[in-house]
Write a protein that binds this ligand. Structure first.
Ligand code: SF4
Ligand code: SF4
Length: 233
């Protein structure tokens, strides 16, 4: 995103619509910090600029990655923005089978953001413990070696509002994978949440919960009630 300085009157109305505070007023004109800008287009979509001074410009590679991951109107790999489809509706998609657990590490947030470099630290930590990357996840498409979790080096410094590393692991590997992510946390320059998905047993117990309890790893149990509006491709 750029500011057309010939049009901008420096009113400052666009500033609060930027989720990473990349816009500031300098010499009575808006200025966008191009390193911080995630190309999310929120500022323009908010339609608060009376001068039409905020302009989207065609993005070259690797900057396109910012838009692919941060602009909800950009459809990339069939997904709008950073998201993965239907991760939390396993009763419809059956992505996580008995004997396996899903792990999702949701990195970055509005106001904080993240980079592909941080996402790579987590993808590599998980790959080291035999995790399998979710095929349809946008981050997976940036990984050049699924065995190591290495992301295309050309894009490591691209900033995005958030991204999700999403994997499946055999249930017996769950504890080591979760511990690997927790250990990597000190090296990560953003916030993240760690989700574990596992289907209940018929008697209502849950293998993932048993493992995390035994390992003394704190978590907040969460369930999603599906009302039948999910879908399968
Ligand atoms: S495109 Fe997004 S990140 Fe960039 S200046 Fe606009 S609101 Fe901020
Ligand atoms: S809203 Fe438009 S005119 Fe006002 S500071 Fe932002 S870009 Fe400039």
């Amino acid at each position: 995103m750029i500011v057309n300085k010939d049009k901008c009157i420096g009113c400052g109305r666009c500033l609060i619509y930027c989720p990473v505070r990349a816009i500031r007023i300098v010499n009575r004109k808006a200025e966008i910090d191009q390193n911080m800008c995630t190309e999310c287009a929120n500022c323009q979509r908010a339609a608060v600029c009376s001068q039409d001074a905020l302009e989207k410009v065609p993005l070259e590679w690797p900057r396109q990655v910012r838009s692919q991951m941060s602009d909800v109107t950009t459809v990339y790999r069939g997904v709008n923005g950073r998201g993965t489809e239907e991760m939390k509706t396993n009763d419809v998609t059956h992505r996580y089978k008995k004997g396996f657990a899903g792990i999702a590490v949701e990195m970055g947030r509005p106001q904080v953001s993240t980079t592909l470099r941080d996402l790579e630290k987590i993808s590599m930590a998980l790959a080291e413990h035999g995790a399998e990357f979710e095929e349809r996840n946008p981050i997976t498409s940036y990984i050049v070696d699924l065995k190591t979790g290495k992301i295309n080096p050309e894009i490591l410094d691209e900033r995005v509002i958030s991204g999700i590393v999403e994997v499946t692991v055999p249930i017996e590997k769950l504890q080591e994978c979760v511990e690997a992510v927790i250990e990597e946390a000190d090296n990560i320059d953003t916030v993240f949440s760690l989700d574990v998905v596992c289907v209940n047993n018929e008697d209502g117990t849950n293998d993932a919960r048993n493992i995390l309890d035994a390992a003394g790893i704190w978590y907040r149990p969460n369930a999603k009630n599906n009302v039948g509006l999910g879908h399968v491709d």
